[in-house]
Design a protein around this ligand. Structure first.
Ligand code: GUN
Length: 284
């Protein structure tokens, strides 16, 4: 069994990005990511702080907007509009989930697709599903693709199962796997018999937010397992996979923590640098 070490790869990616940030600065462009947090969800606060910290460590400026839970939809739209037109801002990220009085889809489609470093704008989702190379790819699924590529895992013709059909992970993950030549089954909370899909799969991506969802009797020997789950159980962070037992059958598996999580942040920084590079091209 080989551990898919996202921590190690993320350090490599971030080192390369630091050099690119330096290079951009020497040409008068300071890469900049604006992060907006509405409300005081504890997990979201932690994610936003780690994103800002990772930016600074790579030489990317971060602007963090911490807004009251009572912020109106129009106030949030006004801030996004200001940032859309601010030439010194390369990326805009609105941390999800949003309070229930705010229409998430309306917010996401009002972020300029050219600054949508999360890859959630309908234009970027369309590019991904059409297999176009332009546009921004969502950070977690693209981070997973980079991790699989780092370990020379060829996806062509593999039977793959994605558990979870969210817009953030499951759906874009399925599109990327399909574009890479894999056959893809998308399972979700209403799937009747999950094991029927997983037991023959060559590769399984689990993003369901449910500890111990994937057990050893549900997988075949040699399976490749990617665990996107981040769950707190008895004060400990665990994924969605029964790691102790599934790892005995797996050929490759991601640890939690240290697998997918660090790659998500690395790709967010990479998307921000890509946007800053686009700004440089326009300037020239
Ligand atoms: N909430 C959970 N994951 C994400 C993410 O990748 N981006 C944003 N904006 N919010 C999230």
């Amino acid at each position: 069994m080989v551990l898919l070490d996202g921590k190690k790869l993320s350090v490599k990616v971030k080192n390369e990005l630091s050099k690119k940030a330096e290079n951009l600065k020497s040409q008068g462009i300071e890469p900049c990511l604006a992060v907006i947090l509405v409300g005081d969800d504890e997990a979201s606060k932690t994610y936003v702080n780690s994103k800002a910290k990772a930016c600074e460590a790579c030489g990317i400026k971060s602007l963090v907007y911490k807004l009251e839970a009572s912020t109106s939809q129009n106030e949030l739209l006004a801030l996004i509009n200001t940032l859309n037109y601010d030439d010194s801002v390369d990326g805009i990220l609105v941390q999800l989930p949003l309070p229930s009085h705010i229409n998430k889809n309306l917010i996401l489609e009002n972020i300029s697709a050219l600054k949508d470093v999360d890859g959630f704008h309908p234009n970027n989702v369309g590019y991904l599903n059409l297999g176009f190379e332009n546009g921004f790819l969502p950070c977690t699924p693209f981070g997973i693709m980079r991790l699989l590529n780092e370990y020379n895992i060829n996806l062509e013709g593999l039977d793959t199962v994605v558990i979870g059909a969210s817009n953030i992970v499951g759906k874009p993950m399925s599109a990327l796997l399909l574009n890479a030549g894999a056959s893809v089954s998308i399972c979700h909370i209403k799937t009747k018999d999950l094991k029927m899909y997983t037991k023959n799969a060559d590769l399984i991506v689990v993003a369901a937010g449910c500890p111990d969802l994937l057990k050893a009797d549900m997988v075949k020997d040699g399976v490749i397992v990617v665990d996107v789950g981040i769950n707190r159980v008895d004060g400990k962070i665990v994924g969605d996979v029964d790691f102790e037992n599934v790892s005995k059958k797996a050929s490759f598996i991601t640890p939690v923590p240290g697998g997918v999580g660090p790659m998500t942040i690395a790709i967010l920084l990479e998307n921000t640098i890509k946007s800053a590079q686009n700004r440089l091209k326009v300037k020239k």
